[in-house]
Ligand binder design. Structure first.
Ligand code: COA
Length: 256
């Protein structure tokens, strides 16, 4: 299978496993990602996903260029499925972290952009290369990149197609951390565990508030925040959080 899933407590590690093709996304890999993330979204025991890939050469080289048929794509009746499944028409309030183990190019970067946080190995490069192949990033790249980093940098990446280093990606805020390649999973799992230790419903509410609120007006965003905040006060976990603080012990959250 080109996609594997490993459980570690409430964390699911989803790995794209096609290193021989630099983890490019062909039909089978897309189906694997769909199965993995559909299951993740519906599994009450799964609180956070880490998306990574096999080997250290590439996180993903994007769309499988050998499988792509431009004539089919140009057909007015053809509706392209969401690239890599998670880039369009998929939403979960549960957090997803990309552990970028190598080149994230084209759709590879679009997959990483569809995640909430990104940790990059120090040798990784990141780019939207589609213009080099006379294509447009169609997995959300044009929309998410400009919402993630300064507009001029996004334009440069889109128009030149030139990848940037992990260090530059950190400078512009495209990745949360750059770590030595050998420590990528350890450091990503530390970040994942810190999030998983928090109230899961609160983490999901924060993601929803940002995802739904950030592109609207401030007034609408503040109303959304109030609704989400009020709903959390009636949860078992919110009561447990306050009780645990008073009793000077770690909280035991259950996502209820
Ligand atoms: N689709 C299909 N196959 C791909 C691929 C892609 N997007 N990217 C790499 N591969 C395949 C290569 O064809 C090669 O297959 P082969 O061994 O049968 O010849 C294999 O993966 C290894 O690729 P190679 O280029 O030799 O590896 P590398 O480590 O030197 O370079 C990359 C890795 C990712 C930098 C380079 O492959 C690359 O630039 N790929 C294209 C990335 C891109 O622009 N994607 C956007 C698509 S719209």
């Amino acid at each position: 299978m080109p996609v594997t899933v490993v459980r570690e407590g409430h964390i699911r590690i989803v790995t794209i496993d096609r290193p021989e093709a630099r983890n490019a996304i062909n039909r089978e890999t897309r189906a694997g990602l769909e199965a993995a993330f559909t299951e993740f979204a519906s599994d009450a025991d799964a609180w956070l996903a880490v998306l990574t890939a096999a080997g250290d050469k590439a996180f993903s080289a994007g769309a499988d260029l050998k499988e792509m048929d431009p004539a089919q794509r140009a057909d007015p009746n053809y509706v392209a499925p969401p690239f890599g499944f998670i880039t369009r028409d998929f939403h979960t309030d549960k957090p997803i972290i990309a552990a970028i183990n190598g080149a994230a190019l084209g759709g590879g970067l679009e997959l990483a952009l569809a995640c909430d946080l990104r940790v990059a190995a120090d040798h990784a490069v990141l780019g939207l290369t589609e213009a080099k192949w006379a294509l447009l990033p169609g997995g959300g790249g044009t929309q998410r990149l400009v919402r993630s980093i300064p507009r001029a940098v996004a334009m440069e990446m889109l128009m030149t197609g030139a990848p940037i280093t992990a260090g530059r990606a950190y400078e512009v805020g495209l990745v949360n951390a750059v770590v030595p390649s050998a420590e990528l999973m350890e450091r990503t799992m530390e970040l994942a565990q810190t999030i998983v230790n928090n109230g899961p419903l609160a983490v999901r509410a924060a993601k929803r508030a940002v995802d739904e609120g950030a592109d609207g007006s401030l007034a609408e965003g503040l109303q959304l925040e109030q609704r989400l905040s009020k709903a959390l006060f009636s949860t078992h976990d919110a009561a447990e959080g306050a009780r645990a603080f008073a009793e000077k012990r770690p909280p035991a959250f259950t996502a209820n």
